[in-house]
Design a protein around this ligand. Structure first.
Ligand code: ADP
Ligand code: MG
Length: 636
């Protein structure tokens, strides 16, 4: 029997391990299963290169709870360790790793929040156990070894009679960690971290119907027929799928395989995804994965099902900030990379070159996939547009490289459900929608119903009206206006002004009213509408156009919108609503107002003003009630 001292400079390291990893005790299981998995795949490798002459068989990892003895054990059939190797790998190397980790972070209080992203390896077992045993038999012809350590720097190492190859780690669960002796707890952890583990994991047994047994129909004395009960047998309960879809070649997968994998990954998600992107790169870093575009429409809320990050099929986190570009965090799926440095802090991770490259690669892959979907089946792409536009628009705003690519496939739907790319739109409207100063005006509406009258007026002029309703579209318009190169494109909402003023052409309409008459009319109208919110503006328009019209100047409205969705001119969101009241001096009603007596003037102005408000959806409550009353009086 040998006794020894683990080489420590920190006095009693184990209480420290406990303290530092307080928030994330549960990762010990992931660490021990990773070691068991490594031991198994290493053996496979040694056999394949002829360095181990043993039968590989069908190895599995078994996790077992012994409630009576308060132990949790993890047993593998991997390469095992000789006593000498236990000395080296457990007492020296593994320990120095744990020690280094603590040295580095024990004074750094700020880092404790991210501590869960550190792998402490084998010694994380002491977060939940006050004594740990290793019983291990190497594939080499040597006796098995039995290592025991009770959390002090002392350990014992003796021979053991274990005869089958592999390693058993026995944790004597500490009083404050008895939750890890509960079946449900362990099963939960195994499914969280290891449900795609490379080596099968057995956790208990389950009953299934015996496949070799067919129930017979039995006839009793009275001739009554009954069916024999099914025979049940116990089989290993394997909790993982060792070959999840992302580990396979895209060529070997059908559309249904992706669908099924989506369901496997998010069992509570009943909506199917729109399409997937299979990631597969081995230079300059290793990365595999499958990303799904979910059905999103306008819902920007953080959703429960997030992209999951794996390292060699072991779950690490679903916080992929810094690894996946922001605009793609709304996607779902899995990325798996052995190259992501997991044993470091988040801030380090974000500065890491490999991680930055991963983010760039993912952006490029997503852009390429969207581009190919667009080219292959435009009709289908148009159908999906509403669900994917928020992600694409967000990407165009946040990643310059993505913008350059997406400009070719981003779509701009019209109120008539036609879809144009930006170039198509510019080409289609440049002749009819360029004003006298050479500005190319693109008209849009945000709501087909609310802006109906304005849309109709613009359509009557032969203009195209887009329907742009996503929450960040005002930012995108701003960007398109400033990055259009030579074309001076300007977006204007249909209700920003009277249709003749939206796109100013040279043909000026002659005014029916003289300047004196206008000077007389303006204060009369101003006296009847709330001054704080409405600026009265007299215009000589077509005599068929509405006499009164409420408009919202494009600049003001857009700044308010951008402020509300973040960015733009901060603080503008709090400005009061301001409108223009455009009065068409060529309309007969306006002449009538001018010539009427004071009471009649008031009545006509109120009525026309209310009608204008009504068509902007601005007439509510008491004002609406008064309007209805007044209207009945007028027709009675
Ligand atoms: P890491 O896994 O990062 O190397 P660990 O602290 O988890 O660090 O493990 C230290 C070493 O102990 C491993 O590299 C391995 O050599 C050895 N080891 C741990 N668990 C096992 C096991 N189940 N079978 C064989 N060797 C093991
Ligand atoms: Mg390890």
């Amino acid at each position: 029997m040998s006794k020894g001292n683990i080489n420590v400079s920190v006095e009693n390291i184990f209480p420290l391990i406990k303290k530092f990893l307080y928030s994330d005790h549960e990762i010990f299981l992931r660490e021990l299963i990773s070691n068991a998995t490594d031991a198994t795949t290493k053996l496979k490798h040694l056999i394949s290169i002829g360095e181990a002459q043993v039968e590989y068989g069908a190895p599995k990892i078994e996790v077992k709870i012994d409630k009576d003895n308060k132990t949790l054990s993890i047993t593998d059939q991997g390469l095992g360790m000789t006593a000498e190797e236990v000395e080296k790998y457990i007492n020296q190397i593994a320990f120095s790793g744990a020690e280094e980790f603590l040295e580095k972070y024990k004074d750094d209080k700020n880092e404790t929040g991210v501590i869960g992203h550190f792998g402490l390896g084998f010694y994380s077992a002491f977060m939940v156990a006050d004594k740990v045993e290793i019983i291990t038999k190497s594939f080499k012809e040597e006796p098995a070894a039995h290592w025991t350590c009770d959390g002090s720097p002392e350990y014992t190492l003796v021979e053991h009679d274990k005869s089958d190859r592999g390693t058993e780690i026995i944790l004597h669960i500490a009083e404050d960690s008895v939750e890890f002796l509960e079946d449900g707890k362990i099963r939960g952890l195994l499914t969280k971290y290891n449900r795609f583990n490379q080596v099968p994991i057995k956790f208990g047994t389950k009953k299934i119907n015996d496949p070799d047994f067919t129930p017979q129909t039995i006839t009793d004395e009275e001739g009554k027929e009954t069916k024999e009960p099914h025979k049940q047998i116990d089989v290993d309960d394997i909790i993982n799928n060792t070959e999840p879809a992302w580990t396979k070649k895209p060529a070997d997968l059908e559309a249904d395989d992706y669908k099924n994998f989506y369901r496997e990954l998010y069992p509570m998600q009943f909506e199917e995804s729109l399409f997937h992107i299979h990631l597969n790169v081995d230079y300059p870093f290793n990365l595999t994965g499958i990303l799904f575009f979910p059905k999103l429409s306008q819902n920007l809320d953080m959703q429960k099902d997030k992209i999951q990050l794996y390292q060699n099929q072991v779950f690490v986190t679903d916080n992929v900030e810094g690894i996946v570009p922001d605009f793609l965090q709304m996607l779902k799926g899995v990325i798996d990379s052995p190259d992501i440095p997991l044993n470091v802090s988040r801030s380090y991770l974000q500065a890491d070159g490999a991680v930055k490259k991963i983010s760039g690669y993912i952006t490029k892959k997503v852009a390429d996939k969207l581009s190919s979907l667009f080219k292959k089946d435009r009709e289908d792409f148009e159908k999906k547009w509403n669900d994917i536009k928020v992600i694409i628009e967000y990407g165009m705003l946040s990643e310059e490289k993505f913008f350059d690519k997406a400009k070719k496939f981003a779509l701009y739907p019209t109120v008539n459900d036609e879809y144009f790319t930006f170039d198509e739109l510019v080409e289609k409207t440049k002749d009819s929608q360029t004003d006298k100063d050479g500005n190319h005006i693109i008209l849009y509406a945000a709501n087909k119903d609310a802006q109906h009258a304005y849309i109709e007026a613009a359509k009557a002029k032969g203009y195209e009206v887009l329907l742009l309703d996503s929450p960040i579209v005002s930012h995108l318009m701003q960007k398109l206006e400033t990055s259009g190169g030579d074309t001076k494109v300007q977006f204007t909402r249909v209700d920003a002004d009277h249709v003749d003023n939206l796109i100013k052409k040279d043909d000026t309409v002659i005014s029916k009213l003289s300047d004196e008459e206008k000077d007389k009319l303006k204060p009369i109208i101003e006296g009847s509408v709330p001054k704080e919110s409405y600026t009265v503006q007299l215009e000589s328009m077509d005599s068929d156009a509405s006499p009164f019209l409420i408009t919202v100047p494009e600049f003001m409205r857009r700044m308010k919108e951008m402020s509300a969705s973040g960015g733009g001119m901060m603080g503008m969101g709090n400005l009061p609503e301001m409108y223009n009241l455009v009065v068409n001096t060529n309309h007969q009603l306006v002449s009538d107002i001018l010539n009427a007596d004071e009471d009649k003037q008031k009545e006509l102005i109120s009525q026309a003003f209310d009608l204008a408000k009504l068509s902007q959806n601005l007439l509510h409550g008491e004002e609406l009630t008064n309007f209805i009353k007044r209207s009945y009086n007028l027709i009675k």
